[in-house]
Design a protein around this ligand. Structure first.
Ligand SMILES: [Zn+2]
Ligand SMILES: [Zn+2]
Length: 468
């Protein structure tokens, strides 16, 4: 997508500026001392000349270093709309996030960027409900309807259109996204690309690891060609029990994955046969940072929201998981740079006011809520850990691979602290240390039973062992 695909929303067109009297047919600027009368044509020429001198840098290109202080920005990088299997319009979804404390959102529809000409039929109750809310919120001048063979249809606004309508510089950012939806045999392999420029097709491969790698490589190739920072992340490894810890550990290059996904079918916690995503994180980190020398694996929390009209434990609703990224600027390049530096955390409810990651120390401060008690566990694996493992018992008739069973030396709780501040000093023996904060506060609209709010920092590695 290029800048010139961005068009002016209808309510901001020149015609309307003129007819609303904002330009006027004849504008007297004599009071400024020029003593001349300018026609509308002159004004239009001046405005066009002004526009031609505006900077033409790509919308999400890197900016020069900022003097603004760094701060936390809240965002969700996994969201679905009517452009794939979500049940609402992009503007309505973005409006929810914008009015619920988020600063950035990527709409990541399956195998599509929202840049095509597309009409959808108002063919069921959910769509009727979505349309009613859409018209009430954005007005009939914005909503485009037509009737084809007695069927009412609505045009889906494109990424440039809804971005222009919803973005608010310095307060709310819309980042281009796509969920590249691939598979290996029956296993779903889904990879999100955040801030991509052109739609990407799912890649095939000869194994689970190969499918992941082919798709990551295709995203990185677009980044290399365009120079635009693009962040890939591996989605919901336990959805369809698709990806094991051993597979996650083999992926080449700095890797991001979802340690928490708000969709009710993704098995964040694993089950009696399958490892939880946190267990897989530790297994993968331990080997990536020692024998495999493959660099960091960073964890995100996301919504993977599809259903926006009814809150229910069994629905994939918005607001369950997000990332907090520390950056001076709210633009895609700055946010991605901060995430690549590990300067972000994942949350399903706990808010951290500070996270310090120095070569010697991992510490954090919790924005404590009244009535909430907090436990911070510093989880890590030491150098020279026991790498032995054995296969676990298989569920009956399962065709899928299982994460193997490892010793407790992987992902050991190295320290625990209670209260709003927690600090871990590196001894020098750690391959990595990460922090998990658990609140006693029950998570609102959780899909898990007895789920309380949590946050996860990124692993801190000793200097030299950082991301490759
Ligand atoms: Zn998915
Ligand atoms: Zn998804």
């Amino acid at each position: 997508m290029t800048n010139d695909q961005f068009s002016m929303p209808k309510e901001c067109s020149m015609n309307q500026l003129s007819s609303s009297g904002m330009l006027g047919d004849r504008t007297n600027v004599g009071h400024l001392g020029f003593g001349i009368h300018w026609s509308l044509r002159h004004w239009v020429l001046v405005i066009l000349l002004f526009i031609s001198f505006l900077p033409t840098a790509p919308l999400h290109a890197a900016q020069p270093p900022s003097r603004d202080p760094v701060r936390w920005w809240k965002g969700n990088l996994h969201t679905h709309s009517f452009w794939s299997d979500g049940d609402d319009f992009p503007e309505s979804i973005l409006d929810w996030y914008k009015t619920n404390g988020y600063h950035f959102v990527a709409l990541s529809d399956h195998n599509v960027m929202q840049v095509h000409q597309r009409w959808i039929a108002v063919s069921n109750g959910t769509r009727k409900q979505a349309l009613e809310k859409y018209r009430a919120r954005f007005g009939d001048a914005w909503v485009e309807l037509r009737t084809v063979t007695n069927q009412l249809q609505v045009r889906l606004k494109t990424l440039p259109e809804f971005t222009r309508l919803m973005e608010h510089r310095g307060r709310f950012l819309v980042i281009p996204g796509e969920e590249i939806t691939a598979s290996y045999k029956l296993q779903p392999i889904h990879i999100n690309a955040t801030n991509l420029r052109e739609e990407l097709k799912p890649q095939k491969g000869t194994s689970v690891v190969d499918v992941i790698q082919q798709n990551l490589d295709s995203i990185r190739e677009q980044r290399r060609i365009t120079g635009q920072p693009i962040l890939p992340h591996i989605n919901h490894p336990n959805f369809g029990w698709a990806i094991t810890g051993e597979e996650l550990m083999q992926v080449r290059g700095q890797t991001f994955f979802e340690v928490y996904n708000g969709h009710p079918s993704v098995h964040n916690e694993g089950d009696e046969h399958h490892a939880s995503l946190e267990r897989m994180w530790d297994v993968a980190l331990a080997f990536r940072l020692s024998q495999l020398n493959l660099g960091a694996l960073y964890g995100l929390a996301v919504d993977d929201s599809h259903q926006y009209h009814h809150l229910a434990r069994t629905n994939s609703n918005a607001g369950r998981g997000w990332v907090m990224v520390r950056s001076a600027r709210l633009d895609a390049a700055s946010l991605i740079a901060a995430m690549e530096a590990g300067d972000f955390y994942a949350s399903s409810g706990v808010v951290l006011s500070d996270v310090k990651r120095t070569p010697r120390e991992l510490s954090l401060e919790i924005q404590a809520e009244p009535g909430g008690r907090y436990k911070t566990e510093f989880i890590g694996t030491l150098k020279g850990f026991d790498p032995t493992s054995r296969p676990g018992p298989r569920p009956t008739n399962s065709i899928y691979a299982l994460t193997r069973l490892y010793t407790e030396e992987i992902g050991t709780v190295l320290a625990v602290s209670e209260g709003a501040k927690a600090r871990y000093q590196m001894s020098g023996d750690e391959l990595y240390v990460r922090a998990r904060v658990t609140s006693t506060k029950p998570k609102p609209n959780a899909f898990g039973t007895n789920e309380t709010e949590r946050a996860w920092t990124q692993p801190l590695m000793p200097a030299g062992a950082a991301a490759r």
